[in-house]
Design a binder for this molecule. Structure first.
Ligand code: ADP
Ligand code: TYD
Length: 201
């Protein structure tokens, strides 16, 4: 089973992801951007304020393709639980916002990016969405990169809401304004329920 963690920068994904290591020591824990050389190229692009938005989308998508074939698919083929800190929804939410704000001229960026992925990607079985308002998220994240700005994150949040509206069964929303302990407890309960439901199938 592939479970992904999504949400704005600073919403607490990494905190939750780390806590889950103790509960599921045999699971495969992974993340996007990855630490491969594709992921390093992504990190360079994210650090560059003048990065071309379309080139950035394709760097992130290249990193995803390599992540899929090198890590996700082999682990799933072994029957393992895979927990990824960010996955394709991050592209749908973030790069759709970047493209919409650019002069590239793609009319429906979110649908365009989904279309690119649908040709090769594997959707998550379940996605835990850590729900936090853009201002608090930017504050927690420290506003250290070009994405961690309130206005941009508000556009990203609207895209996440569109994704949740389109697939309410896949997304599990968690109130990320609560304490780290409360958020972790809620996420652990959701993952346990998902695994129970899978075992009953
Ligand atoms: N529920 C929470 N309440 C308050 N602060 C939190 C919470 N969860 C995480 N943090 C803090 O917010 C910052 C960002 O958390 P992190 O887990 O790195 O988020 P993300 O991976 O989503 O960017 C860190 O300093 C972390 O300690
Ligand atoms: C995976 C991914 C990340 N990003 C952005 C979100 C983050 O600002 C940045 C780095 O991701 P990440 O290291 O997960 O940041 P954080 O832990 O603060 O959430 O890359 C995208 O814009 N698109 C993507 O597809």
């Amino acid at each position: 089973m592939l479970i992904t963690l999504e949400g704005l920068d600073g919403s607490g994904k990494t905190t939750v992801w780390e806590a889950l290591h103790d509960v599921y020591p045999d699971a495969t824990f992974t993340r996007e951007p990855t630490d491969s050389w594709y992921g390093e190229a992504v990190a360079r692009s994210i650090a560059a304020d003048d990065a071309d938005p379309l080139a950035e989308l394709f760097l992130l998508t290249a990193d995803h393709a390599d992540h899929l074939s090198g890590t996700i698919e082999p682990a799933l083929a072994d029957g393992r639980l895979v927990i990824s800190d960010r996955y394709s929804d991050s592209r749908f939410a973030y790069q759709a916002a970047t493209l919409a704000a650019s002069d590239v001229g793609i009319e429906r960026p979110l649908e365009y990016i989904r279309g690119i992925h649908s040709a090769f990607s594997r959707p998550p079985d379940a996605t835990i969405f850590l729900d936090l308002d853009a201002r608090t998220a930017a504050e927690r994240a420290g506003r250290t990169n070009k994405f961690e700005q309130d206005g941009y994150l508000a556009a990203v949040q609207r895209n996440y809401e569109r994704l949740i509206d389109a697939e309410p069964g896949r997304f599990h929303r968690v109130d990320a304004t609560r304490s780290p302990e409360a958020v972790i407890e809620r996420v652990e309960a959701i993952v346990a329920d998902l695994l129970d439901a899978e075992a009953d199938e």
